[in-house]
Structures are given as structure tokens and as C-alpha cells.
Ligand binder design. Structure first.
Ligand SMILES: Nc1nc2c(ncn2[C@@H]2O[C@H](COP(=O)(O)OP(=O)(O)OP(=O)(O)O)[C@@H](O)[C@H]2O)c(=O)[nH]1
Ligand SMILES: [Mg+2]
Length: 454
């Protein structure tokens, strides 16, 4: 157990609410609780039980009334003695109690410090700590499912199994180095190679799930692009299920980028409506167009809208020429009107994904959703596969797998002690995922992104 000072922070979101919770962790937690909470009816506290009473400041003035609970070390989230004050959810009340606790010796907790202590005390590993963060910020059911699996320790268990196998191979190599006079143990060598090949497969599989995991976690950055008046804002409103963007029959209505989160078939999309692209003398419109270009560059998905009721304009052609074929779904809008262009024509320009819709009546919208689903879902979720969604994990996995691949390629040619070096590095790099190997810098870079009070 790490001997650390006592920290305190508000654990509930800022603003007013029914309940606001202050969390205190460290050796002095219970003493602070005893001093600043007065139970109505109980003289002593048992751990894990809620008590009703009054919160009082250093001068015995009542601050609020509420509930108090104590979690005894090591049976708490942080592993330390922890107490919680459940007050009314008002910022003034909470701050007043917090000031009282600081005056009595607690220190303001840094972002993520409770979780960091939970990690240092062996209550959770790093991947689990990160999963808590992801659970809290999950923007869709699937993002939450990815985080939940990670919190349950599925990723950690897989990574630890791989590391154990690496150790087994290392042990074999050490034995070969220590007893060079014995004949080279070829059965051992074959086995070792086989073991490494299996581990590479596991690591590659995990790393490959990143693309999909990231999308669930961060959302698909989607740009709705097109020349003026083709119905971009109408489509945004339809997908968002409410009137978010202004729609008029005046070309050039949208002048700025408007981002709206929507969930399509379980996939979170960060949908951005943009200004219609055309040559424009209007300064504001020009800036809007420039922004649209930037959004399109950074997008994972482009919905390129065309007005099917009129022939392609020069602006349409320019867009069709410029956008990435892989990232784009060409959407022919206004199918309720007589058609001047059709799917075949757009396909002939190199677009594999073309859908016809009417943003006005909603026809074809399910087909468009099918197309989005096909683009981003590989069926990983159908099974019980562990999906990773964190770039740090992705980097460690690819680095670890890369080192193992190097070892396998150099198996016949490199001296055993050099192979052993690469193997132990792979073992260490993979250990950073769970925190089996960690440095202060690594912990800082992870926990400072957490919220206060977490
Ligand atoms: N008939 C028909 N009209 C549509 C359809 N979709 C949009 N419109 C009309 O087309 C006009 C332009 O729609 P917007 O959604 O504002 O088009 P936009 O692409 O956002 O236009 P800008 O913001 O000016 O670039 C409006 O009058 C819409 O009602 C459709 O499917 N069918
Ligand atoms: Mg618009």
C-alpha cells in the first residue's frame, strides 16, 4: 500500500442536482468524516453503511444535511480508507463543505487521482482504469459495451496470457544460453516458434479491432458535402430527427459548419453540415466553404449530396473529382422530382457507394443507413471478441507484435541473447497496457485526462 496524503474532491458533475457527492480518500478520511459529519442517532460508524445526519464546518455551523458512508481500506475503490458525503447537489453547499475539509487537512485531488490510487494499490489495472473513463464518456450503447468488456478485464487477461507465453519462450532461451554444451533442443525450438506465432496472431487480431473500436468510442466524423441547395441541411435534420439546421430554398443558406451527434444503427456519427461549395464573392460564405473543405479532409465519412433533379453543375463535378472514393457515399437527393441524373452516371465516375433518397419525404433513408452500417461494421460485435478502442493500447500491441515478428524472422540467424533482448522488450511494452510495467510519465499521461473526482 502506498502511503499517501488525504485527498478530497466533488465527484458529481458541476452544476445543481438532486445529490452532490464529495469523496475523500486517504489515512485521515475517517477522522475528517467524524469531525465534519454528525450522525443523528449513531455514535459509531460501520463501514459500508449509510448514515443520516448533518455536515458541519470547523466552527460547528451546519452546512447541510445528508448521508455519510465510510469504506474501510482495502475494501474501497482506491484501496484506502474512503468516505463520501452525500449532500444536496448545490455548488455553494459542496464548495463550502470542501473548503472545510481542506482547512482540516485534506488536499484537493488532482484529475484522475482516485483512479490512480486504485491502480497503485492494485485494485484495478491501467486498462481497467481507462475503461472507467470510457464508460463515463460513452456516446453510444456499443461504446459502452466496448468499455464494459475492457473494464471486466478481458483485454488485460488476453494481454497477460500473451506475456506469460513470452516468458515461457524466454525461459527456454535462457536454458539454452546457460547450458551451451548440451545439444540444441530442437523440440523446444519448434515449440517456441509455434508459441510466438500464436501470440503474434492474438496481438494482430486485437490491433485490427482498433479501427472499429475507435469509431465506437470517438464516433465517425462525417461531413455532409455538396453544392448549394442540394439538400444537405435537410438530410442533417432528417438524420438528427429534429430541425437543427436552417433549410430554405435560397442557395447559400448554410454558412458555417454545424456539428450534430447522431446514432445510426448503433454507430455514433459526428455529423457536420457544411456550407454549399461554389465560387462565391461573399466573404462569409467563402470562409464557410473553406471550413467545409477542412472538415471534409478530416472526415472518416463523406456524404456527398447531389440534386438528382438537375444535371451536374461545375461545382458538383469539381467535388466528385476531389473527394476520396473510399470515404464517400454519393447521395442522390430529391428523388421525388423528375430525374436529370441517375445512379449509373455517378457509378461510372468511380463511386461504388451510391444511394438515392428524398430528404423531404424520407424515402431511401433506410438504404442510406444500410450503406453506413456496411462501411463501418465488420461483425466483430456479433461474437464475443475483445475490441480495443484506445490508441495507446493499439500502439503497444503493434509494437509488441512487431518485436515478436522480428524475433521470428531472425530466429535462425541471431544469437540467442539478442533474441532474448527483443522478447523481453516485447514483454515490457505489452505490460504497459495493463500497467504491469509503468513509469510516472505513463501514469501522468493517462490520469491527467480523467475528470476531477474520478
Ligand atoms: N423536392 C425536394 N426538395 C428538397 C429535398 N431536400 C431538400 N429540398 C429542398 O431544397 C432546398 C434546399 O434545402 P437545404 O437543405 O437548405 O439545402 P442545402 O444543401 O443545405 O443548401 P445550402 O445550405 O444553401 O448549401 C429547400 O427548399 C428544401 O426544402 C427533397 O428531397 N426533395
Ligand atoms: Mg444548408
Amino acid at each position: 500500500m502506498y502511503a499517501l496524503d488525504t485527498i478530497a474532491a466533488v465527484a458529481t458533475p458541476p452544476g445543481s442536482g438532486g445529490v452532490g457527492i464529495i469523496r475523500v480518500s486517504g489515512e485521515e478520511a475517517l477522522a475528517l468524516g467524524r469531525r465534519h459529519f454528525r450522525s443523528r442517532g449513531h455514535g459509531t460508524f460501520s463501514p459500508g453503511r449509510m448514515y443520516y445526519g448533518d455536515f458541519i464546518d470547523g466552527e460547528d455551523n451546519q452546512i447541510d444535511t445528508g448521508l455519510f458512508v465510510w469504506f474501510k481500506s482495502p475494501h474501497s475503490f482506491t484501496g484506502e480508507d474512503t468516505v463520501e458525503f452525500h449532500c444536496h447537489g448545490g455548488i455553494v453547499l459542496l464548495n463550502s463543505l470542501l473548503r472545510t475539509l481542506f482547512a482540516a487537512g485534506a488536499r484537493p485531488a488532482a484529475a484522475g487521482e482516485f483512479s490512480k490510487r486504485a491502480f497503485l494499490n492494485g485494485k484495478i489495472d491501467l486498462a481497467q482504469a481507462e475503461a472507467i473513463c470510457d464508460l463515463v464518456s460513452a456516446g453510444s450503447d456499443k461504446a459502452a459495451a466496448v468499455a464494459r468488456r475492457q473494464f471486466q478485464g478481458k483485454l488485460s487477461a488476453t494481454v497477460e496470457r500473451v506475456r506469460e507465453k513470452i516468458i515461457a519462450v524466454l525461459a527456454w532461451i535462457e536454458a539454452e544460453i546457460d547450458y551451451p554444451e548440451a545439444d540444441l533442443d530442437f523440440t523446444g525450438q519448434d515449440q517456441a516458434e509455434e508459441i510466438l506465432a500464436d501470440q503474434v496472431k492474438t496481438l494482430d487480431q486485437l490491433a485490427n479491432s482498433y479501427q472499429e473500436g475507435r469509431i465506437y468510442r470517438e464516433g465517425v466524423v462525417t461531413a455532409i458535402l455538396g453544392s448549394p441547395n442540394v439538400g444537405k441541411s435537410s438530410l442533417l435534420n432528417l438524420l438528427a430527427g429534429e430541425e437543427r439546421a436552417i433549410v430554405t430554398d435560397i442557395p447559400g443558406t448554410t454558412r458555417d459548419v454545424l456539428e450534430v451527434p447522431v446514432v445510426i444503427r448503433g454507430i455514433p456519427l459526428r455529423l457536420a453540415d457544411t456550407a454549399g461549395i461554389r465560387e462565391s464573392g461573399d466573404l462569409v460564405e467563402q470562409i464557410g466553404i473553406e471550413r467545409a473543405r477542412r472538415v471534409a479532409n478530416e472526415a472518416d465519412l463523406i456524404l456527398l449530396i447531389l440534386d438528382t433533379s438537375r444535371p451536374l453543375s461545375s461545382a458538383d463535378r469539381l467535388l466528385l473529382e476531389k473527394v476520396s472514393r473510399e470515404k464517400t457515399i454519393a447521395v442522390l437527393n430529391k428523388t421525388d422530382l423528375p430525374a436529370a441524373i441517375g445512379t449509373t452516371q455517378v457509378r461510372s465516375l468511380g463511386f461504388a457507394r451510391v444511394r438515392e433518397i428524398s430528404a423531404l419525404g424520407g424515402q431511401g433513408i433506410e438504404g442510406l443507413k444500410d450503406e453506413v452500417e456496411n462501411m463501418f461494421i465488420s461483425g466483430l460485435f456479433a461474437g464475443d471478441e475483445t475490441v480495443i478502442s484506445n490508441h495507446r493500447h493499439y500502439q503497444a500491441l503493434t509494437k509488441g507484435a512487431g518485436l515478436l515478428k522480428e524475433v521470428m524472422a531472425a530466429w535462425e540467424t541471431m544469437p540467442l541473447d539478442l533474441l532474448a533482448l527483443d522478447l523481453s522488450q516485447a514483454w515490457r511494452v505489452l505490460g504497459e497496457i495493463t500497467g504491469a510495467s509503468w513509469t510516472e510519465d505513463l501514469l501522468d499521461s493517462i490520469f491527467r485526462r480523467f475528470c476531477l473526482g474520478k
